[in-house]
Write a protein that binds this ligand. Structure first.
Ligand code: GDP
Length: 451
């Protein structure tokens, strides 16, 4: 006898796991990380998972990241706030590994409140160990970047690098300093300013004025600050689903990125544990976001770079222009040496391939699969930025599909050559493809059961 199976009913009755249970099947913490040079389209993947998350966290970086999240026709703009905060049932955590500029934080909150963000006061928690970014860090960031002449790193001048420098120099100030004895805080602040003005005599700072303003921010931020370590541990014990949103990307990681063209924090999986104080065994899914081709901003080697008509097509179709600078991003073919290196570091349990639709018009598509330097095959992605400039790339060439993929909502809807491209990436990375992005909209995504 043939039986019909009503999956929705079974989910409701708890007979088969629902989407949320499936997501947290292994462990309660899900991580989303970039695998390339950033701008992979992490926002949409985070947004999709965040709708099921109880807690959403940032673990590194500062307001140098950027996500746009569209919910019910309202467009929110997040730089330091975890984007899961748009979900009214979600608690947002800014971890100890994040650096926070209080005026920028409150400006971001206010802008998003005007767009419709509600009840954030009861849903935003900031670690008492998070370091503070001060205006002087932002000034110094600008001075250091202009001092690099044509060797600019491409920092966002938000003071993130100088703040992490202070953290390592041990003269940084944290949320707990601000909320503690204000006289003690004022002394430490004065010492920090003295440190910087001794190195940069041209900078003038009105310490008294600064302290007055900081006292006001102290009152505003105080209800949000707590020790996030026990909070997260209790949440993990209670089986809450926790989503961690990586900012920037593996090849911008301070340790594993193409130093010195890197950001000042760990954007690979290690930063998740150190930036939140959670042990590695609680991590479940670690999703890597892979743009179907490659882009980067700023200087430095780019072995698979396309500086021809194909490159121009990728820039225009992919709208590959910097969000704040408006400058063209550099573009190229997918780089497997880079992706396999990212995967060695973070151990992805699944990948999301984004912007597949941008490749819809090409007759053939290449993938870089190996590097040679001075006639020798390299084992992996080089440490030295100069070496990356001189490698030659071994490619494989796949046929393009020359068909619109933007309407596809299942893997079988994709043209066979697009399927073959996705399967090739899965094979070369040896990581299952979980999602395929085929457009900007929230719904322009294919959830892949198993290929
Ligand atoms: P992030 O820096 O990794 O967070 O990148 P964002 O999430 O800000 O995404 C960068 C841009 O790519 C945004 O304009 C997205 O709308 C766009 N995007 C993301 N996924 C896709 C996709 O699958 N197709 C297309 N055409 N655009 C996408």
């Amino acid at each position: 006898m043939k039986r019909t199976v009503d999956c929705a009913n079974m989910e409701q009755n708890g007979l088969i796991p629902n989407k949320k249970q499936r997501l947290i099947a292994k462990n309660p913490v899900t991580v989303v990380l970039g695998t390339q040079w950033g701008d992979e389209g992490k926002g949409k993947i985070v947004d999709m998972i965040a709708s099921d998350a109880d807690i959403c966290c940032r673990c590194q970086g500062g307001n140098n990241a950027g996500h746009t999240v569209v919910v019910k026709e309202k467009m929110y703009d997040f730089h330091i706030l975890p984007s899961g905060i748009v979900n009214p049932d979600c608690i947002a955590v800014i971890g100890n590994g994040v650096v926070v500029h209080l005026p920028d934080l409150f400006e971001e909150i206010e802008k998003n409140v005007q767009k419709g963000l509600e009840d954030w006061e009861n849903r935003l928690i900031i670690s008492d160990r998070a370091h503070l970014v001060f205006d002087i860090h932002q000034i110094v960031d600008g001075i250091q970047e202009s001092g690099r002449g044509k060797h600019v790193i491409g920092t966002t001048k938000k003071g993130i690098g100088p703040t992490y420098s202070c953290k390592a120099t041990r003269n940084g100030l944290r949320m707990c300093d601000l909320l503690g004895d204000f006289t003690l805080f004022s002394d430490k602040y004065q010492k920090l300013i003295d440190y910087y003005t001794s190195h940069h005599p041209d900078i003038t700072v009105n310490v008294e004025e600064d302290l007055k303003k900081l006292k006001v921010y102290r009152e505003r931020v105080s209800p949000l600050v707590r020790d996030t370590v026990p909070f997260l541990h209790k949440a993990i014990k209670d089986g809450k689903h926790i989503l961690i949103e990586g900012a920037q990307s593996t090849i911008l990681d301070i340790d594993f990125g193409l130093y010195p063209f890197v950001t000042s924090s760990n954007c690979s999986v290690g930063g998740v544990c150190t930036g939140l104080g959670i042990p590695p065994h609680v991590l479940g899914e670690v999703y890597g976001v892979v743009k179907a081709y490659l882009t980067r901003v700023g200087q430095g080697g780019f072995p698979t770079e396309l500086m021809d008509e194909t490159g121009d097509l990728l820039i225009n179709r992919g709208h590959e222009y910097g969000v704040t600078t408006g400058r063209k991003r550099r573009v190229g073919w997918l780089d497997m040496v880079m992706l396999n290196f990212s995967n060695m570091i973070s151990g992805f349990t699944g990948i999301a391939i984004t912007k597949l639709d941008i490749l819809d018009i090409f007759n053939e598509i290449k993938i870089g699969i190996g590097y040679c330097l001075n006639g020798k095959k390299l084992e992996s992605f080089p440490a030295l930025a100069e070496d990356l400039k001189h490698v030659t790339v071994e490619y494989i060439t796949l046929p393009g599909w020359n068909l619109d993929t933007s309407k596809a909502r299942s893997f079988s809807n994709l043209p066979p050559n697009a399927q073959a491209y996705v399967m090739k990436i899965q094979e070369l990375m040896n990581v299952p493809v979980k999602w395929i992005g085929v457009g900007q909209a929230r719904e322009s995504i294919i959830e892949v059961a198993q290929i």
